[in-house]
Design a protein around this ligand. Structure first.
Ligand code: SF4
Ligand code: SF4
Length: 86
């Protein structure tokens, strides 16, 4: 059975002008999101990005960014100020 995911939601951004084509993002990305073309990184599979942040943390040239998402609150989550309230 094919698994389905929401598309177009990744916050991954590549600033091509900063990219030197070192290829580190290709090496560290566990989901094959990047490839190198004409000595620059390209995003080839944005919807495979799980926003782990490995690429942006390992790009020494500041060419990649991934926004930190706020964790969605679950039904059983409580805020500290909710404690003890019905
Ligand atoms: S790690 Fe950064 S500089 Fe290196 S190829 Fe990827 S985006 Fe470009
Ligand atoms: S955030 Fe993680 S999954 Fe997404 S492109 Fe970067 S290394 Fe790959």
């Amino acid at each position: 059975m094919k698994h389905l995911y929401i598309s177009g939601v990744s916050t991954l951004k590549l600033t091509a002008e900063k990219c030197t084509g070192c290829g580190r993002c290709v090496d560290v990305c566990p989901h094959g999101v990047f490839d190198i073309h004409d000595h620059r990184a390209q995003i080839i599979a944005l919807d495979s990005c799980m926003e782990c942040g490995a690429c942006s943390q390992n790009c020494s040239f500041g060419a990649l960014s991934v926004k930190k998402r706020r964790r969605m609150r679950g039904r059983n989550d409580q805020r500290p100020d909710d404690q003890g309230r019905p």
